[in-house]
Design a protein around this ligand. Structure first.
Ligand code: NZQ
Ligand code: ZN
Length: 385
């Protein structure tokens, strides 16, 4: 196992009616800015519940944070924070609202041009406003991690940053708040969480059976419960378990002491920035081709994944790896998520556009061995045309 440090300071409040806990979790004299997406929190009644729980606190609302939150929108929150003397932020929504809140929290106290935060991967953040979240969409793990992904529309750039300063102080996870999700978002959440686990698990062995077994258990839970969440959309326990899997998939636990890949995410971000494809869908497009291209360097873990996650024990090594990749693709397709570029009307010309963007962003040495150069990225994408 590799050496590591691990500290996750986010308090989780999990279960039905936990929004009422906001009263205890936010200082009584806080001046709160509630950050929201489109209209879902208002329509579903979650926003009303939040406002009731906040009681007499001074509240301002900032809505309109898009899926794949943009710098252009978020930057407008900074003026409001200054004008209203805001000292606590509360994200109510999915990963986009939480990511956007992280950016606002850091940008509000940042000296200089806030986009530099993204250009420096967050290493230049020295402080941030405190914030909490009420999660309404299990997928990204943003509710319990220090990462954020922000898009700049004018240059079609989707970039991420990380900083210990932007861990949420708390996150409220009420699984019943996910009953209103459209099927598409449920499926996106399952696939996003699945790929988060794969990016931290399916690399090369470092004798870390604790992390491996955690990851395999989480993957199997998604395989079992993902389809059930679609066929049985009002089952609380299914939603509760999915919500917790998605959080555990990217709260740092399974990723400590093991190598990481993240090439699927980096390539996927270019697909979202260029063609506005949902984040999880970009991952479903990239991952099968990536596993195929990287089958030699990932061989041992691919065989382990096939055997322990999909019960593949018959055939030659090549056949077992083929089978493991095929089962992964079928799982995504069964969740209603297409896995080919052509399913999204993209062809060779688009592949070249994606490669140019990867080059522009310096994404020329991706993966756990930094061996995915532009040529390999092209292969990966072309394999999934
Ligand atoms: O905008 P509203 O009206 O709120 O509607 C949202 C949005 O349209 C809707 N929604 C959310 N909760 C709902 C609901 N609709 C009905 N009922 C509810 N309870 O769902 C739509 C999608 O929401 P969004 O927040 O965009 O989805 P998700 O949670 O999948 O977040 C995606 C973003 O997170 C980033 C992605 O790149 C993308 O920008 N990621 C963040 C990560 C992190 N911070 O660690 C890691 C991930 O890999 C990912 O990159
Ligand atoms: Zn993701």
């Amino acid at each position: 196992m590799l050496d590591f440090e691990y500290c996750n300071p986010t308090h989780i409040s999990f279960g039905k009616n936990k929004i009422a806990e906001l009263d205890k979790l936010i200082p009584a004299d806080a001046r709160v800015l509630i950050l929201l997406g489109g209209n879902s929190a208002k329509k579903t009644g979650t926003l009303d519940e939040v406002i009731t729980a906040l009681g007499n606190r001074n509240i301002t609302e900032f809505s309109g944070i898009e899926a794949n939150p943009t710098y252009e929108t978020l930057i407008q929150a900074i003026d409001i924070i200054k004008e209203q003397d805001i000292d606590f932020l509360l994200a109510v929504g999915g990963g986009s609202v939480i990511d956007g809140t992280k950016f606002v929290a850091a940008a509000a106290l940042f000296e200089g041009e806030p986009w530099d935060i993204l250009l420096n991967w967050g290493n230049n953040i020295t402080q941030a406003l405190p914030f909490g979240s009420v999660l309404t969409l299990p997928a990204t793990g943003s509710e319990m991690n220090s990462g954020s992904v922000i898009t700049r529309k004018d240059i079609q750039s989707k970039r991420s940053f990380m900083s210990d300063h932007v861990f949420p102080k708390f996150s409220i996870l009420d699984p019943s708040k996910t009953f209103t999700l459209p099927e598409r978002q449920v499926a996106n959440g399952v696939v996003d969480a699945f790929v988060h686990i794969i990016e931290q698990y399916l690399t090369y062995p470092v004798n870390a059976p604790v992390q491996d077994r955690f990851s395999e258990g989480l993957l199997q839970t998604l395989i079992e419960l993902g389809p059930q969440a679609l066929s049985n959309p009002k089952d609380y326990d299914i939603r509760a378990n999915l919500m917790w899997v998605a959080t555990m998939a990217l709260n740092g636990l399974i990723g400590r002491g093991v190598p990481h890949d993240w090439a699927t995410h980096m390539i996927g971000h270019e697909l979202t920035a260029l063609y506005d494809i949902d984040h999880a869908r970009t991952l479903a497009i990239v991952l099968p081709g990536l596993l195929d291209c990287q089958r030699e360097s990932k061989k041992e873990k691919l065989l382990q994944y096939g055997e322990r996650v999909w019960n593949i024990t018959q055939g030659t090594e090549t056949q077992r790896i083929d089978d493991a990749i095929a089962k992964t693709r079928t799982f995504f397709e069964d969740m209603g998520i297409k896995t080919r570029l052509s399913d999204y009307d993209l062809n060779y010309t688009h592949v070249e556009e994606i490669i140019k963007k990867l080059e522009y962003h310096g994404m020329t040495a991706l993966g756990e061995h930094q061996d995915i150069d532009l040529e390999k990225s092209r292969h990966i994408l072309e394999r999934n045309l």
